[in-house]
Design a protein around this ligand. Structure first.
Ligand code: SAH
Ligand code: SF4
Ligand code: F3S
Length: 458
């Protein structure tokens, strides 16, 4: 009988995508994936180091899982992903941690998992945190164990070399590398053939995707790749994340304009509205550069949704610099934002160069102001949609009620509407009848795509 593996994933979409690679490696080595820790022979936590809070959550969870060893002697617990890469052998020190961890495996070492597991089974501590310059797992077909059958992630690149001063990712994920386009296209084609209706192309900075041309030809760039994915099937929605503002090209915007099935939503992390703060962050663009990119989006894709990431209380941030963030938020009118308190990460450029000198209560207050500003902007953005017809890809049932379906608009807004003849995986034209700052509410007007109903979301 196969052994059982339970995987729990923290952090970004890249990590969720990696867990599907891990599942693929393990299920081809006599493991079945199980949905909870209690009947598992092996437990993997695929972890995130982006903020201290993310690491503390994982450590607490690891502590809470230890009691399962009593019921299951031989249970193995492994730490995968970014914390494994950052903390390395530190995670194997039972005394320092106050608990036992059996395996530590970094994000480029997942092919070694079966061997590492054998080491761990024989009682040795198993660790592999080698980073690679070229691993992309291109030939490994992800096992979509948690999937809804509608929407899937496709990793198109790994690593990051931007070294934003606050960020741990370049250290935990290593060198930036792009994946062979043929393997990306065949993965997308297979998903479409299986009935998937949406793929999200993933990388820390997809706009620097680059695949060398054959015979000294031009390299293939992201704006071309996304067009090739979009051409596979007009019923397959294509999304992507994330775009670094310094690399977001007009060519990409034109490609988005050309294909109706490329969703008109761009996640463009701004981090701060102050050029001085952006310089200390090593983001390589100014407030005005960012606004110019937003101008290009509005000019080429007038209806495009724009979302962002913001950090409150970065090193040396003054009250005036904080207000620059609030004002740029108003100026752009973001549809959605992920908002964070700055958390110093050991060994990053910021940790070496700038004191983490904004007091915690000031960070909290600034974050609260940013959140309130965004809530008002999100509500405004959602109110604009009330009365419009939206093309919704139905993903499943609403978390709150089985009598409601849940899906997303092309702009990546969540829509909830009464259950009716449409199913998860169907397109539905929904008339928006109300909203909160987080959700649109509506009623089904027609099955299928909006073009067939006549676009009215002008
Ligand atoms: N590659 C993406 C971001 C990945 S990390 C990009 O550059 O756009 C996701 C977000 O976490 C970042 O955009 C940033 O807002 C936030 N973040 C990263 N490091 C952080 C830190 N040390 N403290 C607080 N937030 C951080
Ligand atoms: Fe981190 Fe910057 Fe790379 Fe994004 S682009 S992962 S914020 S270093
Ligand atoms: Fe976290 Fe690693 Fe992603 S640090 S955000 S899981 S790349």
């Amino acid at each position: 009988m196969n052994k059982k593996l339970y995987i729990e994933t923290y952090g970004c979409q890249m990590n969720f995508s990696d867990s599907e690679i891990v599942a693929s490696v393990m299920t081809s080595h006599d493991f079945d994936i199980t949905t909870g820790p209690h009947d598992a022979d092996v437990i993997f936590l695929n972890t995130c180091s982006i903020r201290d809070h993310a690491e503390q959550r994982v450590l607490n969870r690891l502590r809470a899982l230890q009691h399962l060893r009593k019921k299951k002697p031989g249970l193995l617990i492994g730490v995968l992903g970014c914390m494994a890469e950052r903390l390395k052998t530190g995670l194997l020190e039972d005394k320092d941690l106050g608990m036992r961890i059996d395996m530590v495996v970094g994000p480029d070492a997942y092919r070694q998992l079966p061997q590492l597991l054998m080491d761990a089974e024989s009682g040795q501590k198993a660790i592999d945190v080698m980073l690679s310059a070229d691993e992309t797992y291109a030939d490994i077909s992800p096992v979509r164990y948690g999937a809804d059958g509608v929407s899937a992630f496709i990793s198109i690149m790994r690593g990051c070399e931007n070294f934003c001063a606050y960020c741990v990712v370049p250290y935990t994920r290593g060198k930036e590398r792009s994946r062979d386009p043929e393997s990306i296209l065949s993965e997308a084609t297979q998903l479409a053939n299986k009935g998937y209706r949406e793929v999200t192309l993933l990388g820390q900075n997809v706009n620097s995707y680059r695949w060398p041309g054959r015979d000294h030809g031009q390299p293939l760039v992201f704006s071309e790749l996304i067009g090739m994915v979009a051409a596979i099937d007009p019923l397959l929605r294509v999304r992507f994340a994330t775009s670094h503002p310094k690399d977001m090209s007009d060519q990409l915007l034109h490609a988005m304009a050309r294909y109706p099935n490329i969703c008109k939503a761009i996640h463009l992390p701004m981090q701060s509205g102050s050029s001085a703060v952006l310089r200390r962050m090593n983001r390589k663009y100014s407030r005005q550069d960012y606004l110019n990119r937003v101008g290009a989006i509005r000019a080429i894709l007038p209806e495009c949704g724009i979302s962002t990431d913001l950090i409150a209380g970065y090193c040396g941030e003054t009250e005036a610099e904080h207000r620059d963030t609030l004002s740029v938020m108003q100026e752009v009118g973001f549809d959605f934002a992920f908002m964070f308190k700055y958390s110093e990460r050991p060994d990053t450029l910021a940790a070496k160069k700038y004191p983490d000198d904004v007091p915690d209560q000031v960070k909290t207050r600034r974050l609260t102001e940013i959140i309130h500003t965004q809530q008002a902007l999100s509500l405004k953005s959602n109110r604009r949609d009330v009365g419009s017809l939206q093309e919704v890809l139905v993903e499943g049932y609403s978390k709150r009620s089985k009598n409601h379906l849940m899906g997303r608009t092309g702009h990546n807004k969540v829509v909830v509407f009464p259950a009716c003849e449409v199913q998860p995986g169907d397109y539905a034209v929904v008339e928006i009848t109300g909203c909160s700052s987080a959700t649109l509410k509506g009623v089904l007007r027609q099955k299928g795509l909006l073009q067939q109903a006549g676009r009215q979301d002008g």
